[in-house]
Design a protein around this ligand. Structure first.
Ligand code: PLP
Length: 345
């Protein structure tokens, strides 16, 4: 068996999505989103996120994060985010390069921000020698696979709004979060006061389609220009939109996310008590974080592909996806049980 627990984007494209792409591939249509697939995809997304949502499809999650925030941020303003945020850590400086603005990283132990962590960053508000905090960016699920409850998001949103700020949610894994919490997508976005969403689908079975969603009117009326200037207005938009339509047909998004989460739960259950494996985060969605003896990582990597998340702490990340099978989980768990204890003190 080829064992790959590196990332949820190690997975392929769900067959229904490939079928939808094939079906969209007939005849002519207008470009740049003036096609029926895009009209319908927008309707489907508005059904999920509310009638007021303004929707712009893009190719990558980085583009959704950076361009979405660009629509609401001036260069003298700043973004408060967790130190572990993809936006801060894993986008090669795209936010800095395209926003010409400052990101302020905040230490957390589980990837989650709280109002108490944010408050100190307003102490110098109004001092023209400092940046003006404008956006709080959170991820759901977080980069540590942890979850915000709807109430926690609402608390952050209310705090933002009380301080003339906006709440951005990086939803690269929003499906996994909604599935794990067993709530509709809008319970952790629109209904919880989120202003701006990066909607992700690629990690959960799409070939490559994400979206910027402004969840309230009037936030970025000029964004249609940024969509094109930001090089994300696809001329053959129907192929992005067809993926979104397939994703919401028969709740594919939810089935895929539930499956990915269930595979992670199965793995956590099988290896949580193995000597030498120490889980470092609560297992809530489709990722496991654990420290292992360093030599155990090398030995295990001969049998399975996965990332070392923090080399200094010997912390690894194991991820599952819609494609992971129970047999793969069981084979990986067996390897972990066989190998890691040999290196445990
Ligand atoms: C939390 C988070 N946000 C956004 C992204 C989107 O990244 P990409 O630009 O690779 O689609 C990722 C992908 O790893 C992610 O983990």
């Amino acid at each position: 068996v080829e064992l790959n627990f590196a990332s949820d984007n190690s997975s392929g494209v769900h067959p229904s999505v490939l079928d939808a792409l094939h079906n969209a591939n007939s005849g002519y249509t207008l470009g740049y989103g003036l096609d029926l697939w895009t009209l319908q995809a927008h309707q489907v997304l508005r059904k999920q996120f509310g009638a007021d949502a303004e929707i712009y499809l893009v190719w990558s999650g980085t583009a959704a994060n950076v361009l979405g925030i660009k629509g609401v941020l001036m260069p003298h303003q700043s973004i408060l985010c967790a130190e572990t945020a993809h936006l801060y850590h894993d986008e090669t400086g795209a936010p800095e390069a395209h926003l010409h603005a400052k990101l302020v990283p905040i230490q957390t132990h589980d990837g989650k921000l709280t109002v108490e962590m944010l408050e100190p960053h307003l102490v110098f508000r109004g001092d023209i020698h400092r940046t003006d905090p404008r956006v709080v960016s959170i991820a759901q699920s977080t980069e540590y696979g942890t979850l915000y409850t709807p109430a926690e998001i609402r608390t952050l949103a209310d705090w933002c709004h009380a301080h003339r700020m906006l709440l951005h949610l990086d939803g690269a894994r929003i499906a996994n979060a909604a599935a794990a919490l067993d709530v509709p997508l809008r319970a952790i976005t629109t209904d919880a006061g989120v202003d701006l969403l990066s909607f992700g689908g690629t990690k959960n079975g799409l070939m490559g389609a994400e979206a910027v969603l402004y969840l309230r009117p009037g936030l970025a009326d000029h964004f249609a220009y940024l969509h094109k200037q930001g090089m994300q207005l696809s001329s053959k938009m129907r192929y992005l939109s067809a993926q979104i339509l397939a994703y919401f047909a028969d709740d594919l998004w939810l089935h895929n996310a539930r499956h990915a989460n269930a595979m992670t739960a199965r793995l956590a259950q099988a290896v949580g008590d193995v000597p030498g494996v120490s889980l470092t985060q609560a297992v809530a969605a489709n990722a496991i974080f654990a420290t292992l003896p360093p030599d155990a990582i090398t030995a295990l990597n001969r049998h399975a592909i996965f990332h070392t998340w923090d080399p200094l702490r010997h912390e690894v990340r194991w991820m599952t996806s819609w494609q992971t099978t129970p047999a793969e989980v069981d084979a990986f768990a067996a390897k972990i049980r066989e190998i890691v204890p040999q290196f445990a003190a």
